[in-house]
Design a protein around this ligand. Structure first.
Ligand code: COA
Length: 316
C-alpha cells in the first residue's frame, strides 16, 4: 500500500509586527487584557503590496529546500486559504506560476482555520490513490485584510503568515490517519457576511464566547475519535500541534490529553491566529528548533468557521 509522509517543512512571516501595545492606540484595549484572555503578545501583518500568494511562495521555497527536492518534482499543489489574492484564479495556481512549474493540478481549499488539515487529508488521499507522488501543501493567510480594525473583541486575535509541507509517496505511513468534519448550523457564529454596499469591506463577525465553548468541546471529541481510530492511548502522542486560536483553547486540549504544555507547540503568543497557516507554521518552527524529530508521533487538530474541524495524526 502507498502512504504519504512529510519530506520537509517551511514557513514565512511578513516583516511588520503589530504588538498589543500598538493595538492599545487603535482600539480601547490593553496588553494585559489581550494576553490574559488569549495568550497573544504580537502578530505579523502583511505590507500593502504583499498578498497571500507572496507569503505562500516564501513558505513553499523553504519547504522545498528542506525536503531536498526541486520545484519540478511537485505534481500537486493545494493551498488552504480564506484570504485569496483574488476571487479567482486560486492562490494555488498563482503559486504554481510563481514557482515556474505549470502543468500539475493546483487548487485552493476553503475550510477557514481547519483548512490546512483539510488540505493535508486531501493530498494524502491523492497520494494513496496513486494520483500524485509529491504534493506541496500550504496554509497561507493575509487575514488582516478581512478584519474590522475597530472591533476590539475580534481584531486582537488575528495575524498573517504561511506554512508549507512537501508530502511524498512512501512505503511507510507518514500520515497515519485524518479526520474531517463540518456543521453548517453554526454559520452565523463565525463568518464574513457579504456587505450589500460594495464600498463596505467584508469583515469577520464572531460570537467569541460561544465559539470558544463549542471549540473546546469539539476538539475534545476529535482527540477521542483520532485515538480510538488508531487504537492509541493519550500517552502515545509525543507532540500536539494545534491550530493556534487562543492559549486557553490549547490548554484545554492539552488537559484532555493529560499532556504537559511543554509538549504542545505554542506560537499564538507571537503569531496570533493565522487561520489556515497556523498549524504548518507551528510545525515548521518545532521542526527547525529540533523539538519535533523524525519518528515522533504528532497530533494536529483544528477548528474553524463553518464550523469545520479535523485532525491529522502523523509519524514525522
Ligand atoms: N479589550 C478590552 N476589553 C474587551 C476586549 C478587548 N480587546 N474585547 C472585549 N472586551 C470586553 C467586552 O466588551 C466585555 O465587556 P463587558 O463585560 O463590559 O460587556 C468583556 O471584555 C468580556 O467580553 P467577552 O467577549 O465575554 O470576553 P471573552 O473572555 O470571551 O474573550 C475572546 C473574548 C474573543 C478573546 C474569546 O471569546 C475567544 O478567544 N473566543 C474564541 C474565538 C476564536 O478563537 N475564534 C476563532 C476560532 S478558529
Amino acid at each position: 500500500m502507498i502512504h504519504s509522509r512529510i519530506a520537509g517543512t517551511g514557513s514565512y512571516l511578513p516583516k511588520k509586527i503589530l504588538t498589543n501595545a500598538a493595538l492599545e492606540s487603535m482600539v480601547d484595549t490593553t496588553d494585559e487584557w489581550i494576553f490574559s484572555r488569549t495568550g497573544i503578545r504580537e502578530r505579523h501583518i502583511v505590507a500593502d503590496d504583499e498578498f497571500t500568494s507572496d507569503l505562500a511562495l516564501q513558505a513553499s521555497l523553504n519547504a522545498i529546500k528542506s525536503s531536498g527536492i526541486t520545484a519540478h518534482d511537485i505534481d500537486l499543489i493545494i493551498v488552504a486559504t480564506t484570504t485569496p489574492d483574488k476571487i479567482f484564479p486560486s492562490v494555488a495556481v498563482m503559486l504554481q506560476n510563481k514557482l515556474g512549474i505549470a502543468g500539475c493540478p493546483a487548487f485552493d481549499i476553503q475550510a477557514v482555520c481547519s483548512g490546512f488539515v483539510y488540505a493535508l487529508a486531501t493530498a494524502d488521499n491523492f497520494i494513496k490513490a496513486g494520483a500524485a507522488q509529491c504534493a506541496l501543501v500550504v496554509g497561507a493567510e493575509a487575514f488582516s485584510r478581512i478584519v474590522d480594525w475597530t472591533d476590539r473583541g475580534n481584531c486582537i486575535l488575528w495575524g498573517d503568515g504561511a506554512g508549507a509541507v512537501v508530502l511524498q509517496a512512501s512505503d511507510q505511513p507518514g500520515i497515519i490517519s485524518t479526520h474531517l468534519h463540518a456543521d453548517g448550523n453554526y454559520e452565523k457564529m463565525l463568518h464574513v457576511p457579504r456587505q450589500a454596499d460594495a464600498k463596505v469591506k467584508d469583515t469577520v463577525v464572531m460570537e467569541g464566547n460561544a465559539v470558544f465553548k463549542v471549540a473546546v468541546n469539539t476538539l475534545d471529541a476529535i482527540v477521542d475519535e483520532t485515538l480510538a481510530a488508531n487504537g492509541m492511548q493519550k500517552s502515545d502522542i509525543d507532540w500536539l500541534v494545534p491550530h493556534q486560536a487562543n492559549i486557553r483553547i490549547l490548554q484545554a486540549t492539552a488537559k484532555k490529553l493529560d499532556m504537559n504544555m511543554d509538549k504542545v507547540i505554542v506560537t499564538v503568543d507571537k503569531h496570533g491566529n493565522t487561520s489556515a497557516a497556523s498549524i504548518p507554521l507551528a510545525l515548521d518552527i518545532a521542526v527547525q528548533d529540533r523539538r519535533i524529530k523524525r519518528g515522533d508521533i504528532v497530533l494536529m487538530e483544528a477548528f474553524g468557521g463553518g464550523f469545520t474541524w479535523g485532525s491529522a495524526l502523523i509519524r514525522y
